[in-house]
Design a protein around this ligand. Structure first.
Ligand SMILES: [Zn+2]
Length: 271
């Protein structure tokens, strides 16, 4: 009995499974600009290449080819993160399901750059592949927002249509117009340019203006002039005082010949 138990214990095996999650090397939220993301990715790819080959990383200057590879690498990562199911199916030459969000773009898989391209009507033309097909990028991704802001600043804070037009030269952004308008609304420079002048809040009217009282109990006085009134021989200098009742808005005026000012003692004469 003891031997059989020991035999069973010997056959008992413990298997431990560990799930390893590969975290992205570069966190896009830590970079303010699209160009900085590309440069950071370029250094990472250069380091990986140097590690694989065992050679040194080379010069500090970044070549155009390295920057282009890094940019395509970012496009690839965005597609794999957002459209992972579609990416894997297209990579395996499988058709997309009818529920796919990018099905209407007639996507195709580029085996050279490993990217999803939007189909189009220029497939049989002699244009370069990058012109015939544009790279599909989904809306709402943090890197896509930085791409939009970068193009917007390169165009000196142009409007949504101009930004969308330049973006469509290389990429096809899903819900592009809405996404660009949403991102441009966050631009502080554009917000400062759009803001209008402040309007002053009007104070409440004083009690003399809104309470009943005999006419000309409370008045406002204004002046007009000097006026030159043509007389018999020569013109005479004059001014006009205008009296307005504060409560009834009744008005009156009185000319003053040959003088600019008058004293309050003249008011009873007018009234
Ligand atoms: Zn702007």
């Amino acid at each position: 009995m003891t031997k059989s138990v020991e035999k069973e214990r010997k056959h008992k095996q413990t298997r431990v499974c560990a799930a390893i999650t590969m975290e992205p090397v570069i966190d896009p939220s830590r970079y303010a600009q699209w160009l900085m993301l590309i440069q950071g990715k370029t250094f990472v790819l250069r380091g990986v290449q140097a590690f694989k080959s065992g050679a040194s990383a080379g010069s500090k200057e970044l070549s155009t080819e390295e920057l282009q590879d890094a940019k395509l690498s970012w496009y690839r990562r965005i597609q794999q993160e957002v459209n992972q199911a579609e990416y894997e199916r297209m990579k395996g030459d499988l058709p997309l399901p009818n529920t796919s969000a990018i099905l209407k773009l007639d996507p195709c898989y580029d085996k050279r750059d490993h990217l999803l391209w939007a189909g189009g009507r220029l497939q049989h033309s002699d244009l370069p592949e990058g012109t015939k097909h544009r790279i599909i990028l989904p809306h709402g991704h943090a890197v896509v927002e930085k791409i939009i802001q970068s193009v917007h600043k390169e165009l000196l804070h142009a409007g949504p249509e101009s930004t969308l037009s330049v973006l469509h030269q290389e990429i096809w952004l899903t819900k592009g117009r809405h996404e660009i308008k949403r991102n441009l609304g966050k631009c502080l420079v554009c917000q400062h340019q759009r803001v209008g002048p402040c309007s002053q809040k009007m104070a409440p009217l004083p009690s003399e203006r809104v309470s009943l009282s005999p006419v000309f109990t409370h008045i406002g006085i204004d002046f007009a002039g000097p006026l030159f009134v043509r007389g018999s021989a020569s013109s005479v200098k004059a001014c006009i005082s205008i009296f307005t009742c504060a409560s009834s808005h009744t008005g009156g005026f009185k000319p003053h010949w040959g003088q600019m000012l008058f004293g309050p003692w003249e008011l009873p004469n007018f009234l």
